[in-house]
Design a protein around this ligand. Structure first.
Ligand code: MRU
Length: 354
C-alpha cells in the first residue's frame, strides 16, 4: 500500500486508492480491506466499469475519477478504425455502472466535452488523459478547501467529538476526503476528541474502511453499530454529525449512504449539528428535489451474507436500497469548495450554483 504519492504542501493527505500510470489504472480493491491490501491493474475501460459496479472502487468522487481514467484508457486502446464510436461506447458502459452518485455523470460529461473537441485519436489520447488527471487533482484541492470552509463555519476553540457514516475519506475521493477531510483537519488543528464511526450496514464501509483509514493515520476512532448512534447523540457525546453526499439537488436535498436520513432525524431531535460535505461535482442543479434521484438497489445477498458467510436464512426476501435522501430541512449546512450553504434551500443553492 502506498502512503506517500499524494501530497499538498505540508499537509498529510492519507491513504491512496487510485494510481494512474498513463497506460494503466491501479485501484486498491476496497472489497478486501481491512485485512488485505490488494491492487488491481486495469488496462481497459470495461474493467473500470466492472470495478465501479463491483465496488472495487466506491465513494462518489472516486467513482467519477476512475470513470474519467476509464475514458482515457478507452482512447489509448481504441483500434484506430472507428475510434470515436469505441470511445462513445466506453462512455456508455461507464455511465451504466452505478446510478446514484452524480460525480460519475459529471466526470463523463467533462470527458465527453473534451472528446468532442478532438480531431484525431492521438489528440484524444493526450487530452483525455490530461483531463482525467486534472479531475483527480481538482478533487483533492476541493477537499482541502472544504476543510477550511467547514472549520471556519464550526468556529470551535475546544476539542469535541463527531459522528460520521459510511466512508468519505481518501479511499472515497482523490485524497484527504470530504467529511473525513474535515475530520482530518479538526485532528490537525487539535480540535478533535473522537470520531464515532457508524459501521454502516450492509457493506460495512464504516468498520472496514473508515475505522481502518483513521486508525492508520493516527486519528482517534470509536466504532459503533449503526443502531447505537441514537444513544451516542442522546448522551451528548458529539457536537456534529458530518457526512458526505452522492447527489445534492437544487433544493438542497441530499442522497447519501443508507442510514444518513435517520442520522439527520436523530441530530435534529438531539440538537446536534448536521453537516454535509461534498464537492460541487456532487451538486445536480438539474434535479429539483431528492424525489428525482435514482436510488440504487443492490442484491439481497449483501444483507443475507457477509463475505460468503450466511447470516440470514438463504433466499429470505431482502430490501437493499443503498442510499437514502435526507431532506434539506434537516440539514444545518452543506459545505462545498465554492462555499457553504447554511439551512439549505433553493435560494441558497442557486446563489452558489447558478
Ligand atoms: O456505496 P458507496 O460506498 O459508493 O457509497 C459511498 C457514500 O455514500 C459516501 O458517503 C459518498 O459517496 C460520499 S464519499 C466522499
Amino acid at each position: 500500500m502506498s502512503r506517500a504519492p499524494v501530497s499538498s504542501g505540508d499537509r498529510a493527505i492519507g491513504t491512496v486508492a487510485i494510481r494512474w500510470h498513463g497506460g494503466s489504472l491501479e485501484l486498491l480493491d476496497q472489497r478486501l480491506l481491512p485485512d488485505q491490501e490488494h491492487w488491481i491493474t486495469l488496462e481497459g475501460s470495461a474493467g473500470v466499469a466492472q470495478s465501479i459496479r463491483n465496488m472495487v472502487v466506491r465513494g462518489a468522487p472516486a467513482i467519477g475519477i476512475s470513470a474519467a481514467y476509464g475514458v482515457a484508457l478507452a482512447a489509448r486502446h481504441a483500434g484506430g478504425g472507428d475510434w470515436k464510436a469505441e470511445i462513445k461506447q466506453a462512455i456508455r458502459e461507464l455511465a451504466a455502472s452505478r446510478p446514484t452518485a452524480v460525480n460519475l455523470f459529471w466526470a463523463l460529461q467533462k470527458m465527453e466535452q473534451v472528446f468532442s473537441e478532438c480531431h484525431s485519436l492521438e489528440e484524444a489520447v493526450k487530452r483525455l488523459s490530461e483531463t482525467a488527471v486534472q479531475i483527480h487533482k481538482d478533487d483533492l484541492s476541493a477537499n482541502l478547501a472544504m476543510a477550511d470552509y467547514a472549520l471556519a463555519h464550526m468556529d470551535a476553540s475546544k476539542p469535541f467529538s463527531v459522528l460520521t457514516h459510511c466512508n468519505t475519506g481518501a479511499l472515497a475521493t482523490g485524497g484527504y476526503g470530504t467529511a473525513l477531510g474535515v475530520i482530518r483537519r479538526l485532528h490537525e488543528k487539535k480540535l478533535l476528541k473522537d470520531v464515532f464511526a457508524d459501521e454502516t450496514r450492509p457493506w460495512l464501509q464504516g468498520s472496514r474502511l473508515t475505522a481502518w483509514e483513521l486508525a492508520r493515520d493516527g486519528i482517534p476512532v470509536t466504532l459503533n453499530a449503526d443502531g447505537a448512534a441514537a444513544s451516542i447523540l442522546a448522551a451528548g457525546h458529539v457536537r456534529w454529525v458530518i457526512v458526505g453526499a452522492d447527489r445534492i439537488t437544487a433544493n438542497g436535498d441530499v442522497a447519501n449512504k443508507i442510514g444518513t436520513y435517520s442520522l439527520a432525524v436523530l441530530a435534529r431531535h438531539h440538537k446536534v449539528g448536521f453537516m454535509v460535505v461534498a464537492p460541487s461535482s456532487t451538486v445536480d442543479m438539474a434535479l429539483a428535489s431528492g424525489k428525482d434521484i435514482p436510488i440504487e438497489e443492490r442484491e439481497g445477498e449483501e444483507l443475507r451474507q457477509v463475505r460468503g458467510v450466511q447470516i440470514a436464512p438463504a433466499g429470505v426476501k431482502a430490501f437493499n436500497p443503498v442510499f437514502d435522501v435526507t431532506p434539506a430541512s434537516l440539514i444545518d449546512v452543506i459545505v462545498t469548495e465554492k462555499g457553504v450553504v447554511s439551512t439549505p434551500n433553493l435560494t441558497g443553492m442557486s446563489g452558489l450554483f447558478s
